[in-house]
Design a protein around this ligand. Sequence first.
Ligand code: FAD
Length: 309
Amino acid sequence: MTVANHQLIIVGGGPAGLTAGIYAARAMLDVVLLEKGAAGGQVMNTDWVDNYPGFPEGISGFDLAEKFTAQAQRFNLATKLCEVASMDLSGPIKKIVLADGETLTSLAVILTPGARPNELNIPGEKELKGKGVSYCATCDAPFYRGMEIAVAGGGNTAIQEAIHLTKFASKVSVIHRRDELRATKIIQEKAFANDKIEFVWNSIVTEVLGDKEVEGVRLKDTKTGAETTLALQGLFVLIGIRPNNEMLPLDQLDNDNGFIKTDKKMRTSQPGIMAAGDICSKEVRQIVNAAGEGAVACLAAEEYLGSLK
Ligand SMILES: Cc1cc2nc3c(=O)[nH]c(=O)nc-3n(C[C@H](O)[C@H](O)[C@H](O)COP(=O)(O)OP(=O)(O)OC[C@H]3O[C@@H](n4cnc5c(N)ncnc54)[C@H](O)[C@@H]3O)c2cc1C
């Protein structure tokens, strides 16, 4: 009989994976967490976090990520800096193949590789990320109180978030490449009735302007090619989110457009495989629920490992 290297492997070291790791290490499981970059995930690239409990003054994403990692280290969570290239999760022994060709095996796996927002990939966007360019209205809306801002996008999320942003901003310009929205009629009607929202039709953002902070955007008319500029203090890029699922065997896991489906114990359709955080099919993608789901996923993994004895 093949013996697995570990009881549990966690794939991804963001808030979901690190929390699962803290629970697993405290439960004295034989666990290893695999992370291809700096632990902390998307939090590492977040300028300021104001909505994670326990930090009344807020905390920089970098510092929060360091605290997550330090807490995992306190319990001696084994971590391996490596990229997972592929997996076979179908049998009782789960196989994880790394980019360098090494294969690790375990009895249970928690998938926490996260997701990433789609970017416009235009000049100024990267440079001004966190300095007026945002990808998450739930995270950053209160930073834009009384300011003039824009939303790039026209789907349900973009329009719902534009409506939410009007609670804080003095004006929200919705920049959309066509002359009609993709959002459902009911959401569109709410947006059209909101006098803080202005629509900039048939337009794409071609450049984010500003030196230290966003000062405006350059727009191109998709019909005439004419260029204009719009002065503003914030740009929300809300054009979808992509799961980091390139290494996942999606034919072995029930999923929703590549986001993994779970039950309320964070169990996937595959026995012994749990998922948590942004990779899951769900409505809200925040640090606090990623961490919560990581804890639940670890408890489900413990229950599964117990059932094998
Ligand atoms: C710009 C921005 C600002 C945000 N601000 C806030 C905020 O203020 N408050 C808030 O609550 N939420 C915020 N969020 C959302 C929050 O960051 C995410 O919901 C949260 O990080 C999800 O955690 P996760 O562990 O599921 O995934 P992630 O944080 O995405 O971590 C996944 C980890 O898995 C690793 N990984 C992926 N693929 C592989 C592989 N093949 N091999 C090995 N490792 C792999 C990645 O390197 C990464 O470290 C923000 C998001 C963005 C993009």
